[in-house]
Design a binder for this molecule. Structure first.
Ligand code: ATP
Ligand code: MG
Ligand code: FE
Length: 346
């Protein structure tokens, strides 16, 4: 069937249409600009923006695919993790559509969606593979044996900030625009990555090999900026050095996870997978270690509806139980499940 995916966990409203692993069309609307002057996502503004954007975004995705409402055979929607109000809007819309069309509804995990996004560009995931999820809210290493059948082993997480959060917060300190990740990436282009010796947290011999910590890096960047009181801050150098530290730690640990588990494929997903240095260093290190690297195209790295349709399509094809129409959101859903309703968890 054609699976419609709906994403509304944060500030992007997304709709995507996928059939048998193929992306047929998708559309995204973002309320990013409305949050910019607050320096971060305002939950109430995000929720309201989803109300306005949901129907147009679904219509645009259908238009791009050359399909009509009646062609939709299943609806998948992000039920968590994310902002409660924002999730509620997408779920209400998805329930209404599934009920009206008489098609099954699937409540899915946002991060499983980020992982599934890669299948739209590069085909089915090899089982097993190691997945590095790096986004605004998460930094996790997973050993994925079968994504749609919930065979996911959690190897490690960040103890504090996520990598994207670190970029966003340091960008503010450096006086760069919101959102910070892309701004750091742009500024770093003309900077010297060796200009500042930023630390490489949790890379010591006695540290958790798959644990991450980015709040110390954020503090180190703030201290470095403070030391320039009264003088112009060499932002390009700071950005390049910070990006180098983050990319170094992320790719080092991800490749180590592959090697330790005898896994031949690394998949890097989430908003920070859009970072140019993370992509380049992952390529370099995977090539050196004989590991195949998969990173989704830029447009599928940040939040979108295609990735939700992609995990929905995988669940449908794996024979997963649909969600009941009274399924609720799960704002802090654990990462171990791709489908987020009690039936699939049992
Ligand atoms: P989560 O998926 O954990 O719920 P999220 O959905 O907010 O969080 P994504 O949309 O996946 O996160 O990614 C957004 C994050 O990616 C932001 O922190 C943003 O700064 C970061 N990001 C986007 N592009 C880049 C880039 N080129 N370099 C570094 N970071 C980037
Ligand atoms: Mg976003
Ligand atoms: Fe996300």
């Amino acid at each position: 069937p054609v699976v419609l995916g709906i994403e509304s966990s944060c500030d992007e409203t997304g709709a995507g249409l996928v059939r048998d692993g193929r992306l047929l069309g998708h559309a995204v609307a973002s309320s990013m600009d409305e949050h910019a002057r607050f320096g971060g996502v305002v939950p109430e503004i995000a929720a309201r923006a989803h109300v306005h954007a949901l129907r147009p975004v679904v219509r645009r995705a259908l238009g791009e695919a050359g399909l009509r409402m009646a062609d939709i055979g299943a609806v998948a929607v992000t039920t968590g993790p994310g902002l409660s109000g924002a999730l509620q809007v997408g779920l209400a819309g998805a329930k209404g559509l599934a009920y009206a069309l008489g098609v099954p509804l699937y409540g899915v995990h946002h991060l499983a969606g980020h992982v599934a996004a890669d299948t739209l560009a590069h085909g089915p995931l090899p089982n097993p593979c190691v997945v590095l999820i790096v986004s605004g809210g998460h930094t996790s290493l997973l050993l994925v044996r079968d994504l749609a059948r919930d065979r996911i082993v959690h190897l490690g997480d960040t103890l504090d900030d996520a990598a994207g959060e670190c970029f966003d917060k340091v960008a503010r300190v450096f006086g760069l625009p919101y959102p910070g990740g892309p701004a750091i990436d742009r500024a770093a282009r003309v900077g010297d990555p060796r200009a500042v010796p930023f630390p490489r947290p949790l890379t010591g011999p006695r540290d958790d090999p798959y644990g991450f910590s980015f709040s110390g890096l954020k503090t180190a960047a703030a201290r470095w900026a403070e030391r320039h009181q009264g003088r112009a801050l060499p932002v390009a150098d700071g950005a390049a050095a910070l990006q180098e530290a983050v990319a170094d730690v992320l790719t080092r640990k991800a490749v180590a996870a592959c090697t330790a588990h005898g896994v031949g494929t690394l998949v890097v997903v989430g908003g920070v997978a859009a970072n140019s240095r993370v992509r380049a260093l992952a390529e370099e290190r995977c090539a050196a270690a004989g590991i195949a690297l998969r990173v989704p195209p830029l447009k599928l790295c940040t939040d979108n509806g295609a990735m939700i349709a992609a995990i929905g399509d995988l669940l449908v094809r794996a024979g997963a139980e649909p969600a009941p129409l009274d399924v609720s959101i799960d704002p802090s859903a654990p990462l171990e499940y791709a489908a987020l309703h009690p039936v699939a968890r049992a």
